[in-house]
Design a protein around this ligand. Structure first.
Ligand SMILES: Cc1cc2nc3c(=O)[nH]c(=O)nc-3n(C[C@H](O)[C@H](O)[C@H](O)COP(=O)(O)OP(=O)(O)OC[C@H]3O[C@@H](n4cnc5c(N)ncnc54)[C@H](O)[C@@H]3O)c2cc1C
Length: 436
């Protein structure tokens, strides 16, 4: 499978047109410069310069003429995480999904290359590793989430993919996973895929890589040599009934058995054994494997959990419509860190960013926040090379398809074209610059 195999120029043009149509469909979906200009003053601190932090920083910089804006982000490299799946599928090159952070920090925003290690919301300040305390009048909290690799005994993030244990939630891990899928197809063996019991970013990703690996082997003529199995920590494959039904049907059609309610507890890579605990049971189930793809449990970063910001919970209590912190009115929260009853995706962040920015500006002006987020999120579930189940939905867990003439309940080539050709440039040039 070569880079972007099978995608011709015609496909690209079709996708480009549809992408433009998709982005323009429905006024509430188009997010460009919809934060009104304001003369409000004050110091806004944004913690986290990932998808959410950059999308909000651009909008606030354009809207606020007189305010000081500081972005605290330790990383000099920005990763397009939704592309990790396609790196692990051999469709994107590793270099396609990384860009320097500096390209996206808006002019006029002060970038503090530092890490927040503590928060004192009662005193309106955060504490950084190198620069000490930073006080704010208003805080935009969006440091993403922490992947707790240590919770699975026997795995080490730095060594992912060096042996038989893989995880595409890591940049290096996604590259090594592609090498391993090709090897699996040559050697055959027992391939098991798992997910996790916590909320996770892009809940579709563990299924995407499973279905891609299976399709790859099928296309290579080696499918009969590989015993694929999926162990879910949950009792469903997707949190929305219509997409869940379709995913279950796809797994059945592709001959991949699913075990429900199995939590991965530890791995013995040398002995090629994965140990699960069925939910609600003390018993352990040991499964032998040759290739393992797993997902660590996830939660808010430590400085958030250790402070009043999370009120002792794993995620930050956030008003699901206004995106205001439930206890601290000068704090807006968005992205993966927020306790919102919807899926944690970049697509969700794209819709949250203008709401968070507009409501923050309203607060700065002493007004009541008016903008509302409806829970929109999207997960393009890659089901095979050339097809995607474009799962879009909101808080009510009903499909909210952007492309009106396609059945949202089944997979389409159009979704693949969007995923491979449209969404990445739209992310870098639109979402991160607060233009889409
Ligand atoms: C494998 C994979 C596949 C995915 N597929 C899709 C997909 O198909 N579609 C989709 O829409 N989404 C997908 N996502 C999810 C998407 O990438 C995230 O939901 C999105 O990036 C969340 O944005 P965020 O800003 O909340 O977090 P992030 O983008 O992760 O940014 C958080 C930022 O905060 C910084 N930070 C962390 N701690 C601190 C600290 N203490 N101090 C200062 N800064 C800090 C980090 O360095 C980081 O830059 C996928 C993710 C993965 C990993």
């Amino acid at each position: 499978m070569t880079k972007q195999s099978g995608i011709g120029r015609r496909g690209f043009l079709v996708a480009g047109g549809l992408g433009a149509a998709a982005a323009g469909y429905g006024a509430y979906r188009w997010n460009a410069n919809d934060v009104p200009s304001s003369e409000a003053k004050g110091h806004v601190v944004i913690v986290g310069g990932g998808t959410a932090g950059l999308a909000v920083a651009s909008r606030l910089r354009r809207a606020l003429k007189n305010a000081q804006i500081t972005l605290i982000e330790p990383e000099r490299t920005h990763y397009y995480q939704p592309g990790f799946t396609l790196v692990a599928a051999g469709v994107f090159a590793a270099g396609d999904v990384v860009r320097p952070e500096a390209e996206f920090v808006p002019a006029g925003v002060r970038w503090l290359e530092d890490m927040v290690v503590g928060a004192e919301p009662e005193r309106k300040r955060v504490v950084t590793a190198k620069s000490g305390a930073v006080s704010y009048d208003f805080l935009v909290l969006c440091p993403g989430l922490e992947m707790d690799f240590g919770a699975i005994e026997g795995v080490e993030r730095a060594r992912l993919g060096e042996g038989n244990v893989h995880c595409i939630y890591d940049y290096a891990g996604s590259q090594r996973c592609w090498t391993a899928i090709q090897k699996l197809s040559e050697t055959g063996g027992r391939a098991i895929f798992t997910d996790t019991w916590t909320k996770l970013k892009c809940g579709g990703a563990p299924k995407k890589i499973n279905l891609i690996a299976e399709d790859y082997c099928r296309r290579q003529g080696s499918r009969q040599k590989v015993d694929f199995r999926y162990y879910s920590a949950l009792d469903h494959l997707f949190d929305v009934p219509v997409f869940n039904q379709r995913m279950i049907a796809i797994y059945a059609q592709r001959g991949i058995p699913v075990e429900w309610n199995h939590r991965l507890m530890r791995v013995d890579a040398g002995a090629r054994k994965a140990v699960f605990r069925p939910n609600g049971s003390e018993a352990e189930v040991t499964v032998e494997y040759d290739f393992l793809h797993f997902v660590p449990p996830m939660r808010a970063p430590e400085f958030v959990r250790q402070s009043g910001l999370s009120a002792g919970a794993d995620w930050v209590p956030t008003d699901k419509e206004t995106l205001l912190h439930k206890s601290f009115r000068e704090v807006v929260v968005l992205g993966d860190v927020a306790a919102l009853p919807t899926s944690k995706t970049g697509a969700a962040v794209r819709m949250q960013a203008p709401v968070a920015a507009a409501n923050l500006v309203a607060l700065m002006e002493g007004k009541e926040p008016q903008r509302r987020y409806d829970g929109y999120t999207a997960c393009p579930v890659v089901t095979e090379y050339g097809k995607v189940l474009l799962a879009e939905f909101g808080y009510d867990k009903k499909p909210t398809p952007t492309i009106p003439f396609l059945d949202p309940g089944v997979e389409h080539a159009v979704g693949w074209e969007l995923k491979v050709h449209v969404l990445k440039p739209m992310y870098f040039e639109g979402v991160l610059r607060g233009k889409a």
